[in-house]
Structure formats: structure tokens, C-alpha cells
Write a protein that binds this ligand. Structure first.
Ligand SMILES: [Cu+2]
Length: 121
């Protein structure tokens, strides 16, 4: 491969990859933070994504160690920020909680993920 061919091959490979990555709604950050330990029980879980979400097809489930759901049922997209999704929580006792999210971004791609946080007391 000469230098020009190599350059073009690299460019052709990178373009669609970065385009697709930018289009998907990936988790940017969360509150409580991914993998964190919080000192007191949070009243809600908030997730910030890299893309705007379709509220009707975006959800969060929060479960305790027994697998029982501890969220209040329905995740809502923030009215001022369409890339923020959050859900209320029942009063949490100390322990580890699992947050499962499944979202549809406005470009019609679904993504999902899971993380945990711990309540110290
Ligand atoms: Cu996408």
C-alpha cells in the first residue's frame, strides 16, 4: 500500500465509525455516579445521555439485591433537557442497587446498559 492509499483506507474506516458513535445515546454520566457509594439514600436516579431521547421508549429500572424493584415506576425525560432521564426511588436502606437503562434516541437507535451504586447507610 502506498501512502495515499493507506490514508484513504484509514479515512474510509474512521468516518462511518465516528458517525455512528455520535448518533447513539450513550450514558454520559449519572447521579448517583456509576459504581459510587453514597452516604445517604438518594431520592431519584438521573441519567444524562449523549443524545436526545424518545420519552415513550426510554426506561430505567432500579433493583435491590433481592431483585425487587425500588423505583417508583416511570422514568421521565427532563422537560428542559431532552437528554436527561430520571426516575424516583422508594426509601432505600443500606445496600447495593442495580440500575438498568434502555433508551431510544431520536435517531431511532436503542442502547442499554447496567451499573450499580451503593448506599452506605
Ligand atoms: Cu444511533
Amino acid at each position: 500500500m502506498n501512502r495515499m492509499t493507506m490514508y484513504l483506507a484509514t479515512f474510509a474506516f474512521l468516518l462511518p465509525a465516528t458517525g455512528a458513535a455520535r448518533a447513539h445515546a450513550m450514558l454520559d454520566h449519572a447521579s448517583p455516579r456509576v459504581g459510587s457509594t453514597v452516604q445517604s439514600a438518594p431520592g431519584e436516579v438521573s441519567l444524562w445521555f449523549t443524545e436526545k431521547l424518545e420519552p415513550a421508549f426510554s426506561r430505567i429500572e432500579v433493583r435491590g439485591q433481592s431483585g425487587k424493584r425500588v423505583d417508583t415506576g416511570k422514568a421521565v425525560v427532563d422537560t428542559a433537557n431532552p437528554a436527561e432521564l430520571r426516575i424516583g426511588l422508594k426509601p432505600l436502606s443500606a445496600g447495593t442497587y442495580k440500575v438498568f437503562w434502555h433508551v431510544l434516541s431520536v435517531d431511532t437507535h436503542t442502547t442499554e446498559g447496567i451499573f450499580t451504586f451503593r448506599v452506605a447507610r
